[in-house]
Design a protein around this ligand. Sequence first.
Ligand SMILES: *Cc1c(COP(=O)(O)O)cnc(C)c1O
Length: 449
Amino acid sequence: MRNFASVDKLLEDERIKPLHLILSRPICADVIRTVLAALRTETDEDTSYNYDAIVAKCLTALQIKIKRPLQKIINASGTILHTNLGRSPLSKELWRQAEFLNTNHINLEYHINQQKRGGRAGFVNELLCKLTGAEAALVVNNNAAAIYLILKTLAGEGQVIISRGELVQIGGGFRIPDIMAEAGSRLVEVGTTNITTVDDYIHAITEHTKLLLKVHSSNFKIRGFTSSPSIKELRAALPSHIPLVYDEGAGVLEAGLSEDISIKQALKEGADLVCFSGDKFLGSVQAGIIVGKKAYIDRLAGHPLMRAFRCGKVILSLLEASLIDKLNDSERPIGYAAQLLAIKPTKVKAQAERLAKALPVGLAEVIEADVEVGGGSLPDEFYPSYAVAINCKVSLKVNQLVTALHNLPVPILGRVAEDRLLIYLLTIKEEDMDYAAEALVKILGKKDE
Ligand SMILES: *Cc1c(COP(=O)(O)O)cnc(C)c1O
């Protein structure tokens, strides 16, 4: 083995040891072994390696590995609910409440008043009914699971009618036709991509029809000569035994933020079930929330798959705390995205100007730049805001700047626009502004340099 230091000795080196906490000791050992193996193949029999040089090589390899564990990222991308960045951050206060519950035993499935086993998430469901005006509610792991459970329970091998304009793909590989096939249901497409009428739906009904599904086109918009019936029109025309299900997806409670049908509106117009994500507009945890008629919710809750889709105590405790907070706080808009969108653009402009002023003259300028909600929530809707555009033709190349920002102890994610990097101020958390500014100054140089 020549004169290389041993893996054990390197693992215990005071420069490497702190990384055990971040990567775990065995993973650090793997990285060190790989470095040593590479050194062995590339050095001659008689080359001797200085110990510190080996440590340095190990540290370089470990510094790459260290970007793998879950860690904080500063979102300067202008996309508020970035699915790659965990969508909505949670409030620290709610987190602390959940900490107490999760580090103790709790009544997750125990009914204290009745002194016996009780249903999971009983109170969360009650809160969801208050929030949406629904008769009943149910929570599963995510909205994809919600749709699957609905199809499996209510449609089974029967037919599901859906407009051709709503056979969508959401995010990485979640396709409505695929999920339907997976549930065993038979897809009956009606209408065309741009126009679907009430009659298209009604004429497709047979004795095998089990469900009518409407899906929010979360990540695209069809514009121009386009129309589809409202939920009200559909419910009025549909036989009462066929449930009308609306996959709202985005979690927009009330009309206002977009022209699309909100959850409350869909329920009011007669949707039998509405499902949506907990971590999009609602700004809570990853969850699939189903609200609507009690008779249907009871069937979903009783399906054997519910055991596979039920949420754990971490999710339910956080969801419960955030729902109470939303019900009590009538001052602020509901959810992280709506709260950010309520910030005055002039405030964001001032922040952008402050940042631009700290950077070398000619390198950075404040520009008008729209932000988007993202996370497959409100498609094609952009909100006026400001960004600092860093002109990368002048000094380092845009990809070098991007890499430097990724390599920071807390990486910063901007948006590349040709040879400029845009730093959106709105999506950076207030407490991270100084860090982001200092990091950029460090990389790009100060104003007068
Ligand atoms: C986001 C979305 C989904 C998927 O929801 P997840 O919670 O990410 O599983 C499904 N349908 C619609 C309409 C959506 O917007």
